[in-house]
Design a protein around this ligand. Structure first.
Ligand SMILES: NC(=O)c1ccc[n+]([C@@H]2O[C@H](COP(=O)([O-])OP(=O)(O)OC[C@H]3O[C@@H](n4cnc5c(N)ncnc54)[C@H](O)[C@@H]3O)[C@@H](O)[C@H]2O)c1
Ligand SMILES: [Zn+2]
Length: 363
């Protein structure tokens, strides 16, 4: 078992990483016998892990309820949020209740937002079950729901009380969802850690085989990197923006294509390539590094071309609503070499358009 601490002034918390942690959840949770808690999950996780978690908590005297939501990015909405809040009220949950998110990033983002709003804030625990949520979404306290006009446009910064990562949950994850998580993994290496990128180049095959040692190292390294960044810049005033590498273009793809059609990581993979192409076009990234980035994403079974349904122009309405726009200027995260990235607000529309066009396959 590994423990990483996210050190913050007011709410430091542990990220526990290991195999089989779901069997002893109370070792890592802030809930005690006699207290209330609500597990928030979806129909897929209900079959896989809910019963086990529910029964352990119940046996240990927790006043436990559960809410099982439909599965999918298209349900990360205001109306699902309302369902969670209504259930909490119906079951008379008080301010000392704890919400437990059992699922991927969709469940984590929704539950975190519900926890931040319910009675002005209650405790919440993240139990991420996808690779993407274990390496990224469950750590750092960004919570959100989508709007038809933009992804993650309504939300809050609200840190969990603890994060419990059981690597065994990845056994049941589909290959496509697993690869989706690898896009965020590649993002960490590319934006922050050259050695980790090189490690990924060497170990991608082991990761795809779900080799437990490779997985443990990979998840731990990503969480360490994220924890370091959050400690310095919790509210994304500077350094944390680097973790948005690929997301300006990726969110445009996810929103245009209707939520759930392209997986988050698939869209981010193409977004990383588009951002890297801009870097290459303006002369801050070498052709060799651009090739390495594309090769690693392809090795992870991720797409590197945008959807054919989208013209370069069709990206712009979404890009211009991006949360990274400050004083009317779009801020792009651009890799400058493997392991380094820069925040730039001086890139012309024509360069952006050209770089998008270069990464759409012509029929
Ligand atoms: N808050 C953040 O900092 C942050 C960071 C990155 C991504 N996100 C958000 O996370 C979401 C994507 O997360 P995701 O990729 O985990 O998607 P997801 O939550 O939709 O999960 C993917 C699919 O895998 C299923 N699943 C989950 N765990 C499983 C398991 N162990 N075995 C089998 N199936 C399982 C889910 O039911 C779902 O069908 C997006 O909404 C994105 O915006 C948030
Ligand atoms: Zn992401």
């Amino acid at each position: 078992m590994e423990k990483i601490t996210v050190t913050l002034k007011e709410h430091s918390y542990p990220i526990n990483i290991g195999s089989g942690l779901l069997n002893k959840p109370l070792l890592y949770m802030p809930v005690k016998a006699g207290q209330q808690a609500m597990i928030v999950t979806n129909h897929t996780l209900e079959i896989l892990y809910l019963k086990q978690l529910y029964q352990i908590l119940k046996k240990n005297g927790i006043k436990i309820n559960q809410i099982v939501l439909p599965d999918g990015e298209q349900y990360k909405t205001l109306s699902t949020l309302e369902e969670i809040l209504s259930e909490l009220l119906k079951k008379s949950h008080n301010r000392d209740t704890t919400l437990i998110a059992l699922g991927g990033g969709v469940i984590g983002d929704l539950t975190g937002f519900a926890a931040s709003c319910y009675q002005r804030g209650v405790r919440f625990v993240q139990i991420p079950t996808t690779l993407l949520s274990q390496v990224d979404a469950s750590v750092g306290g960004k919570t959100a729901i989508n709007h038809s006009l933009g992804k993650n446009m309504i939300g809050s910064f609200y840190q969990p009380t603890s994060v419990i990562i059981d690597l065994n949950c990845l056994d049941t994850l589909s290959k496509r969802e697993f690869s989706s998580g690898l896009a965020e993994v590649v993002k960490y290496g590319l934006a922050l850690d050259c050695n980790f990128f090189v490690w990924l180049e060497t170990n991608m095959k082991k990761l795809l085989e779900k080799n437990i040692d490779a997985l443990a190292y990979c998840v731990r390294r990503c969480c360490e990197l994220k924890a370091q960044i959050i400690t310095i810049d919790e509210h994304e005033n500077s350094l944390r923006s680097l973790l948005n590498l690929g997301h300006t273009f990726g969110h445009a793809i996810e929103t245009f294509m209707s939520y759930g059609t392209w997986l988050h990581g698939e869209a981010i993979s193409v977004g990383i390539v588009m951002a890297s192409s801009i870097s290459y076009e303006i002369g801050i990234l070498s052709a060799y590094d651009l090739k390495r980035i594309k090769t690693l994403l392809l090795c992870a079974n991720l797409p590197i071309y945008g959807p054919q349904e989208m013209t370069p122009i069709s990206y712009f309405p979404y890009i211009m609503r991006d949360k990274k726009i400050f004083s009317g200027k779009l801020r792009l995260i651009l890799p400058t070499s493997i392991g380094c990235a820069d925040i730039r607000n001086d890139i012309s529309c024509s360069i952006i358009k050209k770089s998008i066009a270069m990464n759409i396959l012509i029929k």
